[in-house]
Design a protein around this ligand. Structure first.
Ligand code: SIN
Ligand code: MN
Length: 201
């Protein structure tokens, strides 16, 4: 691991995963995506999101015209595949907790994709941290406040970085402004994968 940054209480473990570990993770995720294909989510208002999503674990996070929620099944009716062991071990190592996450949301960003500022607040207990893993092209990650508005700070998340939002940072607004095309050779088709690990209930 290269260094740990701390921005507004968000811990960013730079280069937590080396290249072979990132490649192994991508292989695991290929299996997840075969079992639970990416979908292009739409918001309650019918607007398509620019990221594609799928999940692993007991719950998947979805959004459609009925709104945001966790579901025990992929929209195709199948249960979500299990969270790969390698992913769970990252959670164990960075959180030191006995409780493991129920959901591994997989976001795929292609060129031009972004994620607006939001809070992660569909979980029952905000005492558990959120862990996010970045793979592939770098993303400009924006960190705000616990209320909407106010000054924000941005940081590049590169392939292999792991971010932890826990304690007072658990409910900070955050989002991705853009990804930097060509900044990584990890994913054959380019783009970025982000894994978000959360305890749901
Ligand atoms: C998210 O907060 O849903 C995704 C964050 C990221 O892609 O780094
Ligand atoms: Mn989020």
């Amino acid at each position: 691991m290269a260094e740990t940054l701390e921005i507004r209480g968000v811990r960013i473990l730079k280069a937590f995963l080396d290249r072979p570990a990132q490649e192994a993770l991508v292989e695991d995720l290929r299996r997840v995506v075969r079992a639970a294909p990416f979908v292009t989510p739409v918001t309650r208002w019918g607007k398509e999101m620019s990221v594609r999503m799928t999940s692993a674990g007991r719950y998947g996070w979805i959004t459609d015209r009925r709104g945001y929620r966790y579901e025990a099944r992929h929209p195709d009716g199948q249960p979500w595949p299990p969270i790969p062991d390698r992913v769970l071990r990252i959670w164990d190592e960075v959180t030191g907790l006995d409780r493991r996450p129920d959901c591994c949301l997989v976001n795929h960003y292609r060129e031009g994709a972004r994620m607006g500022l939001h809070q992660d607040r569909d979980e029952a207990d905000f005492g558990w941290p959120v862990v996010s893993v970045s793979l592939g092209e770098s993303a400009l990650f924006r960190i705000g406040n616990t209320e909407r508005g106010g000054k924000t700070e941005s940081v590049w998340l590169d392939s292999g970085d792991v971010a932890v939002m826990g304690g007072p940072a658990r409910l900070l607004f955050h989002g991705v402004d853009r990804i930097r095309p060509g900044s990584s050779t990890l994913l054959h088709g380019g783009g970025r994968l982000n894994l978000t690990l959360r305890v749901v209930d």
